[in-house]
Write a new protein. Structure first.
Length: 318
């Protein structure tokens, strides 16, 4: 559950950079429920037009923005009381998007007069990593704090939701394929619910005096391996697919090939896992009690069962 929310953000303008993406849509709903006025800034804001129906008249704005262009940033951040940066990528000009370029974003937020700036990084950010994604995530954290010392950094683990592209992707694949490979079967994950992440970000944005200048790891209440996660999804779907657990050498070879579902860098990140280190405060320190995947999984994957919600609840009952 989130903290008592309404007074700290009520009537405030919160600009969400990268707000047309997966997390942005959930965060916008959280902010609107708290009475905030939300500005969705993105290269493709039209992807988030469905958010408009969630707010009252005049509480949702859309702005086209490229975070690598200073003039574009200054325009969309004007008048912001709080700024949340969700912009990130796995490929492209990562240093400009989520590395040193985050310093320019933070500086623009500071220049706009925003009282709070929340930068969304990732568990696994590592300045010494040979994976560009992890390295630039760490560089972005440092750049954000250098330009906006009162910034709050949050590092989510793998995020799950009914509209995610991780848990639900596996669920969809199991409904279509009799045999599935499992990359890095021993890799450990600590998946976190998207609405818990949204509540944590909103709490941080609403109280920079309590949370500014700090880094938080946002992880769920349980650790599961890739093998265990796939098994849980299969049970929830009442399916018994054949799993092929890939060795490190075979998984790495497949990831190196073109047109495969995972890249070499993504495979390295998966093998490294997505688990809180314990060295930083977590969701509870941001006033949020994390909810486990099991609270939602069976309901969400009903759509992938044979005959949907009318299908047998357990394989033995079929």
């Amino acid at each position: 559950m989130s903290m008592s929310p309404t007074d700290t953000l009520y009537g405030k303008i919160v600009t969400i950079l990268g707000g047309s993406g997966f997390v942005g849509k959930h965060l916008a709903q959280e902010l609107l429920e708290r009475g905030a006025r939300v500005r969705i800034a993105s290269r493709h804001p039209e992807k988030a037009f469905s958010i408009k129906a969630l707010g009252d008249l005049g509480t949702v704005q859309f702005a086209r923005c490229d975070v690598t262009k200073p003039d574009s940033l200054a325009a969309v951040l004007t008048g912001s009381d709080a700024v949340v940066n969700l912009v990130g990528a796995f490929k492209g000009k990562l240093d400009d998007i989520q590395g040193e370029g985050v310093g320019a974003i933070a500086a623009a937020a500071k220049a706009s007069g925003a009282a709070s700036f929340v930068h969304v990084s990732a568990i696994g950010a590592d300045a010494g990593s040979d994976v560009a994604y992890a390295r630039t995530k760490a560089d972005g954290e440092a750049a954000a704090l250098a330009a906006f010392p009162e910034a709050t950094i949050v590092r989510p683990a793998v995020i799950f939701a009914p509209d995610d592209q991780f848990v639900m992707m596996f669920g969809r694949m199991m409904s279509a394929l009799p045999v599935l490979p499992i990359f890095a079967p021993e890799a450990k994950l600590q998946p976190v619910f998207v609405d818990d992440v949204a509540a944590a970000i909103a709490n941080a944005a609403g109280d920079p005096f309590a949370f500014g200048g700090k880094t938080f790891e946002l992880a769920g209440p349980e650790v599961v391996t890739m093998r265990g996660l796939n098994a849980r999804i299969a049970r929830a779907e009442n399916r018994e697919p054949g799993f092929i657990e890939l060795s490190d050498s075979l998984g790495g070879l497949i990831a190196a090939l073109p047109f495969t579902p995972i890249s070499t860098d993504q495979y390295k990140l998966l093998k490294a896992g997505s688990v809180a280190s314990g060295a930083a405060p977590g969701l509870e320190d941001l006033g949020v009690t994390p909810r486990p995947l099991g609270l939602f999984l069976e309901r969400w994957v009903t759509q992938f069962r044979k005959h949907g919600r009318f299908g047998a609840k357990h394989p033995s009952a079929a």
